[in-house]
Design a protein around this ligand. Structure first.
Ligand code: SAH
Ligand code: SF4
Ligand code: F3S
Length: 442
């Protein structure tokens, strides 16, 4: 990227979930208002921002190895500022500066609007800010610039978590659950649409626990989605991540009634064993989950479900694991993420008797093989069907365009008259390893 002379350069690297992607974008915008423009390579930067994730041990370690790699850059350019944001910043705070003194700024997820001030403060030594300030960061972030942008966008509507699953750091790193007011969300959505966005994914760690203040009391996510669907030019709505306990009737029926709400739902269950679900503090049983899936499919029969699983949770037996396999066979997922349990400091499960690593690894392999089969079956089932595709960018081959189907499959077509942002009907011709090949049908 060619920079304009006189402007400072910001390099941002994002780890972790989509909420971090959204936050990185907002921080880059806040720094943009202070004269920083984005660059693609850390070597060109005056400031490097790592937006980090603490969810599993590997995620946090990645940050420290990245910092190690940045050392030579700091030696070459002592003016370079290095900032660590995100969930590792929140969890480890000053410890990061102790362990890696080249870090100038540490900023937790609820204090991003203070980043520009922290940059000024860092002139006279490390600046660390990991409070959960009383003010709402969203209200204090710079207004989004009016520039045109790509056809899809994330929009955070809810943050934090009050559920305290026994394995999870999120309630500690993101803080208590808060929802943004309805009008703020609608405003931001309208603004995104004016800038060319046609698909919005609403984000929250517990997005379906949304209860933002509306003109007539708190609104649910279902009601918010119905209001967003009224915005002309917004063609598609998605949301993630949902908790089974917060899937209310209004949200389920929205899947049958709101055309713009896409037929895809990420609904993590983590385990199929009631004993383990209880120890995880998930607050529901496997049959609660299966009944819920039935109700969702009754509202929207072609919905594609995805989920998250943890294997090798403390005290998980072979029988518990078989219950997870049985649940997966019953649900038939379209796509899933599965992880080996990773003990996180400060969470209750970290103190419990652990499953031997080789047992957990073997279970994970079996689960992943089953999930991969289900994923290719879901892809195969699309062959011959006509689906909506929102095109995003050119593909790898000349003349190819790539986009996402209603069911969130990557789809590529070879067609001369398709541009990013076009929403077209596509007939699916074949399933490939990680995408579908199609031809225009309109
Ligand atoms: N709020 C979401 C999940 C957020 S974390 C929910 O409630 O489902 C994303 C995923 O990371 C989780 O669904 C879980 O599967 C996984 N995860 C969280 N903590 C973990 C840990 N300690 N070890 C392994 N996987 C973990
Ligand atoms: Fe973590 Fe559970 Fe909250 Fe999800 S619901 S963010 S897994 S504590
Ligand atoms: Fe990771 Fe924090 Fe998201 S721990 S998954 S970046 S909320």
């Amino acid at each position: 990227m060619v920079g304009s002379p006189g402007r400072k350069k910001l390099f941002v690297k994002t780890y972790g979930c989509q909420m971090n992607v959204y936050d990185s974008e907002r921080m880059a915008e806040a720094m943009g208002a202070r004269g920083f423009e984005p660059v693609d390579r850390p070597e060109e930067a005056d400031m490097i921002l790592l937006n980090t994730c603490h969810i599993r041990e590997k995620a946090a370690e990645k940050m420290y190895s990245e910092l190690g790699r940045l050392k030579p850059l700091k030696w070459q350019n002592p003016e370079l500022r290095i900032a660590v944001a995100g969930c590792v910043a929140q969890a480890e705070g000053e410890e990061i500066v102790r362990r890696q003194p080249l870090v100038d700024i540490v900023v937790g997820p609820q204090a991003y609007h203070r980043l520009p001030d922290l940059v000024a403060r860092a002139e006279s030594g490390p600046a660390v800010e990991t409070d959960f300030p009383a003010e709402d960061k969203f209200d204090h972030l710079a207004a989004r610039p009016k520039a045109r942008r790509g056809p899809t966008a994330f929009l955070t509507v809810q943050e934090g978590c009050d559920k305290f699953c026994a394995f999870c750091v999120v309630p500690y790193t993101r803080g208590a659950e808060v929802s943004r007011p309805v009008e703020r969300v609608l405003e931001e959505a309208r603004d995104l649409v004016e800038r060319g966005v046609r698909e919005i994914t609403l984000l929250g760690q517990n997005v379906n626990a949304y209860h933002g203040a509306g003109p007539d009391g708190d609104w649910t996510l279902g009601r918010l989605i119905r209001a967003l669907a009224e915005i002309d030019g917004l063609e598609r709505i998605r949301y993630t991540t949902s908790h089974p306990r917060d899937m209310d009737e209004d949200l389920i029926s929205a899947h049958g009634e709101v055309d713009k709400l896409m037929p895809y739902l990420h609904l993590p269950v983590q385990s199929g064993s009631d004993r383990i679900l209880k120890r995880m503090n998930r607050g529901h049983t496997s049959s609660d989950y299966l009944r819920l899936v039935e109700r969702i499919r009754a509202a929207r029969p072609d919905i594609l479900l995805s989920g998250d699983f943890i294997v090798g949770f403390p005290e998980e037996t072979d029988e518990d694991f078989e219950a997870t396999m049985a649940l997966v066979r019953e649900v038939r997922y379209g796509q899933c993420y599965s992880f080996r349990y990773s003990p996180r400091p400060g969470t209750p499960a970290a103190e419990r008797p652990q499953v031997p690593p080789e047992v957990a690894a073997e279970r994970l392999q079996r689960l992943q093989a089953l999930l991969a089969r289900q994923q290719s079956e879901a892809q195969e089932s699309m062959v011959g069907r006509e689906v909506g595709v929102l095109f995003e960018r050119p593909g790898r081959l000349p003349g190819q365009m790539v986009g996402k189907s209603d069911h969130l499959h990557a789809v590529h077509v070879s067609a001369a008259d398709v541009a990013p942002g076009d929403l077209r009907r596509v007939r699916i011709l074949r399933a490939e390893a990680h995408s579908l090949a199609g031809e225009l049908a309109d």
